[in-house]
Design a protein around this ligand. Structure first.
Ligand code: ATP
Length: 287
């Protein structure tokens, strides 16, 4: 159930609006017993993401990318600004409306080694969101889990059900994390450096999978990366983030072909792998 104050008017083609959002962390000084706010991790950030697109958030370590993702997911509170997902005012969501928001937006985490509960079997891992959201009976859950696992390239799904994360490779674990993210059929997925812990050939397979999910299910992606080559291959538009601020936003090819900010120019100059991912999207589109 969504209350009136959670609703705003939004154009149908924009799924997410982040407006002038600020987040600074509190630093405690145990020796003095006091605290102070650090300079903002997210500093007056505004981005708009269109329905069905892959939008890249590109920046170096510590630029504020993960913090922004956590604010969008309402895992943390922001200090100022506003975030709207469709017609929902994310900052004001609570109770049932927060729960319903959490069905629509999912995250694929960075580290497939740490993100899965070692005590949950693969079936339990992928089924857990269905249990939390009380979707389906046992039989229906088996069917939904199987579909999510097949979509994520874990076939035959039944071969994986009773295994545990430590019995899988890094690439298989990341597929489990992806199956878990898609099992609720979200409209929006935040993928936070989903391939940074994987070797190149497995990364390419995971990118193909993300392409397939985007194309077949019209899922909108916020793709977080420090790797411009990966963003170039996957994202229609990108925002470059540096020290908490968005310093450049636009069509990916336009920014890479004609960067304006010195930081973007330096990021491009530092990329060794601009060629390797180039044709993946085209290849997977043919399949
Ligand atoms: N819980 C926290 N408490 C205090 N400071 C934090 C916290 N989380 C992040 N920060 C700080 O906020 C800044 C942005 O961090 P964030 O993790 O968002 O960057 P990032 O761009 O995702 O980096 P990386 O690519 O290395 O993951 C950093 O200076 C970081 O130290």
């Amino acid at each position: 159930m969504i209350s009136d104050q959670d609703r705003i008017q939004s154009p149908a083609d924009i799924i997410l609006r982040v407006e002038n959002v600020v987040k600074a962390y509190e630093m405690r000084h145990f020796s003095f017993g006091g605290s102070h706010k650090t300079s903002p991790a997210v500093d007056n950030v505004t981005i708009r993401i269109n329905r069905g697109e892959a939008f890249g958030l590109v920046g170096g370590s510590g630029s504020g990318k993960t913090t922004l993702a956590r604010l969008i997911l309402k895992l943390e509170r922001f200090d100022a600004g506003a975030i709207h997902f469709e017609d929902l005012n994310v900052g004001k969501l609570k109770g049932p409306s927060l729960k319903s928001f959490r069905r629509k937006i999912q995250m694929i985490p960075q580290d497939p080694y740490q993100s899965l509960n070692p005590y949950f079997s693969i079936f339990e891992t992928v089924a857990e969101p269905l249990v939390i959201h009380r979707i389906g009976d046992d039989k229906a859950r088996r069917r939904i889990v199987e579909n999510a696992m097949v979509l994520s390239g874990l076939t035959p799904a039944a071969d994986y059900y009773d295994r545990y994360p430590h019995q899988l490779s890094g690439g298989q674990r990341q597929r489990v994390a992806i199956a878990r993210a898609v099992v609720l059929e979200p409209q929006f997925i935040i993928a936070d450096e989903p391939t940074s812990m994987l070797d190149a050939s497995i990364s390419i397979a995971v990118f193909k999978l993300l392409h397939t999910i985007k194309r077949r299910h019209n899922v909108t992606f916020l793709f977080i990366t420090h790797d411009l080559a990966a963003a170039r291959h996957f994202c229609e538009r990108i925002a470059v983030m540096h020290r908490g601020k968005i310093i450049e936003t636009g069509a990916t090819e336009k920014i890479i072909g004609n960067p304006q900010a010195p930081y973007t120019k330096a990021l491009i100059a530092a990329q060794p792998r601009f060629v390797s991912f180039r044709n993946i999207g085209k290849e997977s589109a043919k399949k």
